[in-house]
Design a binder for this molecule. Structure first.
Ligand SMILES: NC(=O)c1ccc[n+]([C@@H]2O[C@H](COP(=O)([O-])OP(=O)(O)OC[C@H]3O[C@@H](n4cnc5c(N)ncnc54)[C@H](OP(=O)(O)O)[C@@H]3O)[C@@H](O)[C@H]2O)c1
Length: 260
């Protein structure tokens, strides 16, 4: 299938590892010129050949740095992937243990970063009749007791995607959301990540906990997702092959969600 992505120009946030890095790799393989941003520029990101921007995207200044640089380097943006999210501080706590500081931090990284990046990139996306994908989560559709702020922020991000699709569709811009289940990234696989904190709270060994997760979550396929599987869906949605798909929220979760 010809995805029609060659020589397109993309911005991917949260590009240094995980889903963002896999997306940068896949887009670069399709001949896309990519600007990838994160606070840390990893050797893996550099190896993709992407133009890299080091910026804290939880701040308005970081977003301005990214989009100014992308426009200067690429002379226009055709594709945008709002992938930054989760955040280093995410922890398994309930509502009464989530103070305003944690709510603001969670909303900043999971919602307002996408708001600000989209606002800055949309004039160019409209000019070039581009496409955008926002990375939400199945937590937006099946919020658990914790982390409460994350589910709420992702639900807002999914709603934002629909609003943007409605407002900018008539200007030639497609906007879709991808909502993954549990993906094998540092969010789950490192002791200091969310998964490490959940395992520690349960008094479990992290590796054993990860092995048992498909059973705990009743994942139909019996395994966690790989970042590349999410990147494949994102790449398809950005491509000409998806030219009449907009305002949709695609769940990719190995069958974790049991509702139709
Ligand atoms: N993994 C899952 O199970 C899962 C499931 C559903 C949804 N998601 C969503 O998928 C997206 C990617 O998650 P992931 O699992 O790939 O996460 P990850 O492996 O932790 O990667 C996060 C990326 O975002 C960057 N980042 C974090 N904070 C940043 C900041 N303030 N400014 C700029 N960059 C920042 C990180 O680089 P630096 O730290 O160097 O900045 C890294 O490149 C998130 O929106 C997450 O909510 C993940």
């Amino acid at each position: 299938m010809d995805l029609g992505l060659a020589s397109k120009r993309a911005v991917v946030t949260g590009a240094s590892r995980g889903i963002g890095l896999a997306t940068v790799r896949m887009l670069a393989d399709e001949g896309v010129r990519v600007v990838g941003a994160a606070r840390t520029i990893t050797p893996e990101l550099t190896e993709t050949g992407a133009i890299t921007v080091s910026a804290d995207l939880s701040t308005a200044e970081g977003v301005t740095t990214l989009i100014d640089r992308a426009l200067a380097e690429l002379d226009g943006i055709d594709l945008l992937v709002n992938n930054v999210g989760a955040g280093d501080e995410m922890r398994p706590v309930g509502f009464l243990d989530t103070d305003d500081t944690e709510w603001r931090r969670t909303l900043d990284i999971n919602l307002l970063t996408a708001v600000r990046v989209s606002r800055a990139a949309l004039p160019s996306l409209m000019r070039h009749r581009g496409a955008m994908v926002n990375i939400s989560s199945i937590a937006s559709r099946m919020p658990a007791a914790s982390p409460v702020a994350y589910s709420a922020a992702k639900a807002a991000l999914t709603a934002l995607g629909k609003s943007l699709a409605e407002e900018f569709g008539p200007h030639g811009v497609r906007v879709n959301t991808v909502s993954p289940g549990v993906v094998r990234t540092s969010v789950w696989e490192t002791p200091e990540g969310f998964g490490g904190k959940v395992a520690a709270a349960a008094g479990a060994d992290l590796d054993e906990f990860l092995q048992r997760m498909p059973e705990i979550l009743n994942i139909t396929t019996g395994r966690l997702l790989e970042p590349e599987e999410v990147a494949t869906l994102v790449t398809f949605l950005l491509s000409d092959a998806a030219c009449n798909i907009t305002g949709a929220d695609y769940v990719i979760d190995g069958g974790t969600m049991k509702s139709a």
